[in-house]
Design a binder for this molecule. Structure first.
Ligand SMILES: [Mg+2]
Length: 215
């Protein structure tokens, strides 16, 4: 994998190349969204794709929509695991998706946490969701205007990061931590920033299709 390290603690992994300029982008939180929430996933045996993930990513791939995973990994600065473990999970995730014909075009993660990152400062808050840094970076690298990108996640901070980055909207999933986060996520909706609620990735897929994401 081609790994680009940005400011210390932020890692961008280049995925499958795009065959043409993407028409839009689909940004997916990882834990609790793309894969089952197990809290601080870092062991391959705990990796389980969520139902509907392959179909959603394939639909985006087929429609010329760039797909990226955008993930807070505070387990790094908590000292629970290192970037090697993160990359191993990333490789296995891509292998399993690829075996079923679904590809990620990029992944970005940060290892920060306000209580665990030494010298926590505004720059860390910029990169860690709900800050917009990772989302802005990924849409820029993928060549997509923010207003052509949607975020899907199970935390209110996913929707908040999407709003701060100027994205088109967010889908709040009720998987992972989504049920207890629903009220805070929905409160972020505004006339120019829809927050749609989905019980599953399958339902998120339908909602994004209704929004015209796949053409
Ligand atoms: Mg999550």
């Amino acid at each position: 994998m081609d790994v680009v390290t940005l400011p210390a603690g932020v890692v961008y992994t280049v995925g499958a190349p795009l065959s043409a300029a993407p028409r839009a982008a689909l940004l997916l939180d990882r834990d609790g969204t793309l894969v089952r929430e197990v809290n601080y996933l870092h062991k391959l045996e705990d990796l389980r794709l969520q139902s509907g993930a392959v179909a959603l990513i394939k639909a985006a791939n087929d429609a010329g929509v760039a797909v990226a995973a955008v993930s807070n990994q505070s387990g790094i600065d908590r000292g629970m695991f290192g970037w090697d473990a993160y990359h191993a999970v990333e490789r296995e995730l891509r292998r399993r998706l690829g075996a079923r014909g679904a590809t990620l075009n990029a992944s970005v993660a940060n290892g920060f946490h306000p209580e665990h990152t030494r010298g926590w400062a505004d720059q860390h808050a910029h990169w860690r969701k709900p800050g917009p840094g990772m989302l802005q970076l990924v849409v820029e690298r993928l060549g997509v205007r923010p207003r052509r990108a949607w975020m899907v996640g199970d935390m209110a901070s996913d929707a908040q990061a999407a709003k701060a980055a100027g994205l088109a909207g967010a889908v709040h999933l009720l998987t992972g931590h989504g049920v207890r986060q629903r009220r805070d996520a929905s409160a972020l909706a505004s006339p120019d920033f829809p927050v749609l609620v989905a019980r599953s990735l399958r339902e998120a897929h339908e909602l994004l299709a209704e929004q015209g994401l796949f053409g």
